[in-house]
Design a protein around this ligand. Structure first.
Ligand code: SF4
Ligand code: SF4
Ligand code: SF4
Length: 272
């Protein structure tokens, strides 16, 4: 039964969030929204425990499509970082701010960058590209993320300072344009660098939140040194170039782990 504990724990955490928000905000949407996401994530973890090899991709599609199409396009919720700034400026603790608080700011203290491995609708598409693992060494251009982060903040600040009317509509178009831009840049860079996750490694502004918080993550890949035979198979399958055999918090690219479990599956000694 122990192997089903993460499935149950995930479901309980999301149901706790769902019920708390439903009752405190008196809005049934939160109950349905977080229950759906919790159910999708725990289904994925359950399928993983059953050794189903596409478990993660199924969760990515279930959560990513729901957020992109239902919340973004149908409900007009801008869940990108611009939407977060927008709601923060208006002082409204609603969908985008709650989403960021749970998935990208405080949640990573528990589940690290699980968002990036299982829910992000940008990576949902990028992970279909052919370069599952990087073909070249990592470049020192991670500073680009701070520029995109600042640009998103300045963009929303300018909208407010300009006192434009119908900001809600503008934010919807910004959501559409932002997503198209992310997909275009992400796909082009993936082919240029021969690495599906280039966008995540260097460009994505959300990593400015995700990386420092996931440093303290409760759930993380650790290595049993007694079992490890230093064969290196785990490192060859990691899309994020993490040194998962080093158990320290400061391990190489430690805050990049998206909990995809490829290293765990590849280890012949079940050391991870
Ligand atoms: S780094 Fe950004 S684009 Fe990549 S999976 Fe995470 S949130 Fe999505
Ligand atoms: S292969 Fe392992 S260390 Fe690399 S991102 Fe996936 S879970 Fe993390
Ligand atoms: S695949 Fe397993 S045994 Fe091989 S180096 Fe990695 S943790 Fe050690």
């Amino acid at each position: 039964m122990k192997k089903y504990l993460p499935t149950a724990l995930l479901l309980v955490v999301f149901e706790a969030v769902a019920f708390t928000l439903w009752l405190t905000k008196d809005n049934l949407f939160y109950l349905l929204n977080f229950s759906y996401i919790g159910l999708a994530l725990s289904t994925g973890v359950f399928l993983y425990t059953k050794n189903y090899r596409h478990a993660r991709r199924i969760v990515q599609l279930l959560v990513g499509l729901y957020m992109l199409i239902y919340l973004g396009l149908i409900c007009n919720e801008n869940m990108q970082i611009e939407g977060f700034w927008y709601y923060l400026f208006t002082g409204v603790f609603e969908a985008a701010t709650i989403h960021y608080a749970v998935a990208k700011i405080f949640g990573p203290l528990i589940f690290g960058r699980g968002w990036c491995g299982y829910a992000c609708w940008t990576a949902m598409v990028l992970d279909f590209l052919p370069y599952k693992t990087p073909q070249h060494p990592r470049k020192k251009i991670g500073w680009i993320r701070y520029i995109t982060f600042a640009a998103s903040l300045v963009f929303v600040a300018v909208l407010f300072l300009a006192h434009l009317g119908n900001l809600e509509r503008i934010m919807f178009w910004a959501f559409l344009a932002g997503n198209i831009l992310y997909y275009l840049v992400g796909i082009l860079l993936a082919f240029a660098f021969k690495d599906n996750r280039v966008f995540c490694k260097y460009i994505c502004p959300i990593t400015v939140f995700l990386k420092p918080m996931s440093y303290f993550s409760l759930f993380r890949i650790t290595c049993d040194k007694e079992k490890c035979i230093s064969c290196g198979k785990c490192k060859t399958v990691c899309p994020m170039e993490v040194d998962m055999t080093d158990n320290s918090r400061g391990r190489k690219n430690g805050t990049e782990c998206i909990l995809c479990m490829e290293c765990v599956k590849a280890c012949p000694k079940k050391a991870l």
